[in-house]
Design a protein around this ligand. Structure first.
Ligand code: IPD
Ligand code: CA
Ligand code: CA
Length: 272
């Protein structure tokens, strides 16, 4: 095996080890009273556990891969120039981290939240790991190597028509719900698709598209840490992921549409 593949194998194994370690920490802290802080509004929340999970992940990466760059929600989220990292990504390996994706579910003790790590190389997504510590489900995808749930290959659903599609969506964190486009989009989709779900963890929702639980998913206003991992997992499971214009999805894009590929065109048309 060449040196680069060896290094990438090690990075991926380490990413899996780190999310499991963060997951164990989250479960341990989850039973204690939570300190909850509002960020942009009452549904954009962060807890001390998000910070601790993020600290653990960052410390592991910095110790093992000091020359890699990191973009993580709670450290970089408020920084004006964080977005630039995605528009002009530095060379080399970068780790894009959401320490708890689905914080509101976590606070309400709903078992649909995850730790999400996407790894990019020279700006191109290379691998994604999404781990739900409550269910112990580990989704993993690596470019040109497939997508897996707990080591078993996963594939997108086979629904051919929007009328058979179960879709997911969500509210952008930065917009207050009443100002969001989503309600109007759902109104248009209802009656055309089979049904719509708002599950509250974009990374896991993308993994559901990858494993066939959802036929498709759309979401405006996501951040790179919500999608960097799920993106690879969806593509490797046979899915398609674009922006609203139907162009290949870039981590700096503000709109995202993911699907099992078969319904992609129809879904884009209804959302337009
Ligand atoms: C949120 C989740 C949710 C999505 C929100 C995100 P967070 O992430 O991914 O599904 O609808 O827009 O902000 O804040 O729990 O990390
Ligand atoms: Ca998130
Ligand atoms: Ca988060």
């Amino acid at each position: 095996m060449n040196k680069q593949l060896e290094l990438e194998d090690a990075i991926m194994q380490d990413a899996i080890r780190y999310v499991k370690e963060a997951g164990a920490l989250i479960l341990e802290l989850m039973i204690q009273p939570l300190q909850i802080h509002e960020k942009e509004n009452q549904s954009d929340l962060v807890t001390v556990v998000d910070m601790q999970s993020e600290d653990l992940l960052r410390n592991r990466i910095i110790a093992d891969y000091p020359d890699h760059w990191i973009l993580s929600e709670e450290t970089d989220g408020g920084k004006e120039d964080a977005h630039l990292l995605l528009v002009h990504p530095p060379k080399g390996y970068g780790w894009i981290i959401d320490p708890i994706d689905g914080t509101t579910n976590f606070i309400h003790k709903m078992a649909h939240f995850a730790i999400s790590i996407g790894i990019v190389k020279d700006g191109v997504p290379l691998c994604g790991v999404v781990y739900n510590p409550v269910t112990d489900d580990l989704y993993f995808g690596r470019k040109q190597r497939g997508a897996f749930l707990n080591g078993i290959p996963i594939h997108v659903g086979q629904e051919q028509d929007l009328s058979q599609a179960l879709l997911g969506t969500g509210f952008p964190a930065k917009e207050w719900k009443a100002n969001s486009n989503v309600v109007e989009q759902i109104a248009r989709i209802t009656g055309v698709a089979r049904d719509v779900r708002i599950l509250g963890s974009a990374s896991l929702d993308l993994c559901l598209v990858a494993s066939g639980g959802l036929t498709g998913f759309w979401h405006d206003g996501l951040y790179p840490w919500d999608v960097a991992a799920g993106l690879v997992i969806v593509q490797e499971a046979g899915g398609t992921i674009t922006n609203h214009a139907g162009e290949d999805f870039e981590l700096s894009n503000d709109t995202l549409v993911a699907s099992n590929s078969f319904i992609h065109h129809s879904l884009l048309s209804v959302l337009k």
